[in-house]
Design a binder for this molecule. Structure first.
Ligand SMILES: Cc1cc2nc3c(=O)[nH]c(=O)nc-3n(C[C@H](O)[C@H](O)[C@H](O)COP(=O)(O)OP(=O)(O)OC[C@H]3O[C@@H](n4cnc5c(N)ncnc54)[C@H](O)[C@@H]3O)c2cc1C
Length: 483
């Protein structure tokens, strides 16, 4: 029931979820859900404990999905700007949900090729990982983590570990930066070994590398289906000074939504004392330990450089190439069936180029190099990326390029980074970040995963945890989670 004269929604909702990414959407689904044991058996019970909660999701962006976003100006299909892959098919809430929706996944080998820049050779990953001593050593080191800090020892960065404990040669360190900075979203000098070990221990999803038969946006839309999601609803403040009546104020308006409990799934950057361009004010202030935790866990930076092609200049089975001693460390190639949704072209010429595109090369760059890319003129980045492809495919690529784009995740105002990375001296910061406040604010989002898992299924697990806590708080059931 909305009171238009004051711009206030006077209905008190059970739960308000802040942020409509995968953590928020999944939290809302889990919080709304009728208790599974009661489904089909009189769900909605007469003591009220099993009733369906009244949940609203507030999202500042214009689509549900958060970091799951697509662009329509590169290819005749929707191109993922953020996540693209399903990491693992075991114990994964994401895989279960995609399966339940009838979405197919295909397994890919990652990486399936190496381009060894020093020698100018493109070779299969199996060959590189067995025959090339540096590639072999890097994988062995990160698989086995010899001399990494033990329980009770102080933390160190992956760079310190490689230089002082492993005494790895310089070229092995460069290669490790190539492969693992991209994977973990931080350069070796910023990667914390303790959390890296924690993530390895907590990885229960298997090693399969899967791609979906459609853009991940369709998973986001399916997650949002049936929920009350308010888009373009940017949050200015969260007033939890009165228990049982959290008031959320919309930025640039006097609209307020009130709820008994609140699940905060905003990116970790918004919980810091300073968050340029997206400051969410909490009234009263969040506990100092929570803010310290948000400032401790580091958000990594990543960029994608896209190049569309009218002709396939690569072997038909090529998927992902790790490039050593090159300008950009990795790229993959994707092709999807044409979408029926109109493309976003600024001119008929641009529309023709999009329509002509048959394959898309996506360079992925994370860590310090992503910061360097942010400072380079775009035309230089494209020129050097094309030169790199010329060298790898031994042909002239420029005349076959149709479309180009760079997306830098540090510039995405509502997120301000790509995803959190294993952080040096993180201690129990992720647990602090996840802890409820005043039995009123409950926290989710990838950064709050105590298994240091920044993947989509990790975000969903944190949403499930927060929903269980909220249901326990309102209805007095469940609420236990090992996360
Ligand atoms: C380039 C890139 C590649 C990645 N690759 C993969 C991959 O291949 N596989 C994988 O599993 N994961 C991948 N990830 C990680 C994955 O995207 C994240 O872990 C996951 O999307 C995080 O979900 P979340 O709900 O915690 O956060 P988000 O998706 O960021 O959701 C938080 C939401 O809060 C909203 N918000 C922020 N401020 C406000 C405000 N003031 N008011 C209202 N709303 C606000 C944001 O718009 C956002 O929608 C990748 C991420 C990036 C950036």
């Amino acid at each position: 029931m909305a009171d238009a004269s004051e711009g206030r929604d006077v209905r008190v909702r059970d739960v308000v979820v802040l942020g409509g990414g995968f953590a928020g959407l999944h939290a809302a689904r889990c919080a709304t859900m009728v208790h599974p044991e009661r489904v089909g058996g009189g769900g909605g019970g007469d003591d009220g404990r099993f009733r369906r909660l009244d949940v609203v999701v507030l999202e500042g962006g214009d689509e549900p999905g958060g970091r799951v976003k697509v662009t329509r100006d590169l290819a005749p299909w929707d191109v993922n700007l953020g996540p693209e892959f399903v990491h693992g098919d075991e114990n994964s809430a994401l895989k279960r949900f995609a399966d339940a929706c009838g979405f197919a996944t295909f397994e890919r080998e990652w990486p399936d090729r190496y381009f060894l820049g020093d020698e100018g050779v493109l070779m299969g990953a199996d060959e590189a990982e067995t025959k090339n001593v540096d590639v072999k050593l890097v994988h062995e080191l990160f698989d086995e983590l010899p001399n990494a800090p033990k329980e009770g020892e102080g933390d160190l960065t992956a760079l310190e570990w490689l230089t002082t404990r492993v005494k790895a040669p310089e070229r092995v360190i460069k290669l490790a930066e190539n492969i693992y900075a991209n994977d973990f979203c931080a350069s070796l000098g910023k990667l914390g070994m303790r959390e890296l070990i924690e993530e390895k221990k907590g990885w229960i999803y298997g090693e399969k590398y899967l791609i979906l038969d459609r853009p991940l946006r369709e998973v986001a839309l399916a997650l949002a289906d049936g929920l009350d999601v308010r888009l373009g609803w940017e949050i200015e403040s969260v007033d939890y000074s009165r228990p049982g009546a959290v008031k959320i104020k919309r930025r640039g308006s006097n609209e307020v939504i009130t709820a008994r409990k609140c699940i905060v799934t905003l990116p970790v950057t918004t919980l810091r004392s300073e968050c340029p361009g997206n400051r969410v004010k909490f009234i009263p202030r969040l506990p100092a330990a929570k803010v310290r935790a948000a400032e401790t866990i580091q958000m990594g930076n990543a960029s994608k450089v896209f190049l569309g092609f009218r002709k396939r200049l690569w072997p038909s089975d090529l998927f992902d190439v790790v490039c050593t001693n090159c300008f950009l460390p990795e790229f993959w190639i994707t092709e999807y069936p044409k979408s029926s949704v109109a493309r976003e072209a600024k001119s008929t010429k641009e529309a023709a180029l999009i329509a002509e595109t048959v394959g898309l090369v996506t360079f992925f760059v994370a860590g310090d190099l992503a910061g360097e890319l942010d400072r380079m003129p775009e035309h230089i980045v494209f020129k050097r990326a094309i030169e790199q492809l010329d060298m790898i495919f031994d042909t002239s690529c420029a005349e076959h390029v149709t479309t180009k784009k760079i997306v830098s995740w540090s510039q995405e105002r509502l997120v301000q980074g790509a995803y959190t990375h294993p952080t040096v001296n993180a201690g129990d910061a992720r647990m602090m970040l996840a802890a409820p406040v005043a039995n009123t604010l409950f926290f989710a989002g990838e950064a709050t995963h105590t298994g240091v898992n920044p993947c989509l299924q990790g975000a969903m697990e944190t949403g499930e945890r927060a929903a269980a806590q909220v249901r326990a708080s309102i209805l007095g059931i469940g609420g236990h989670s090992k996360l």
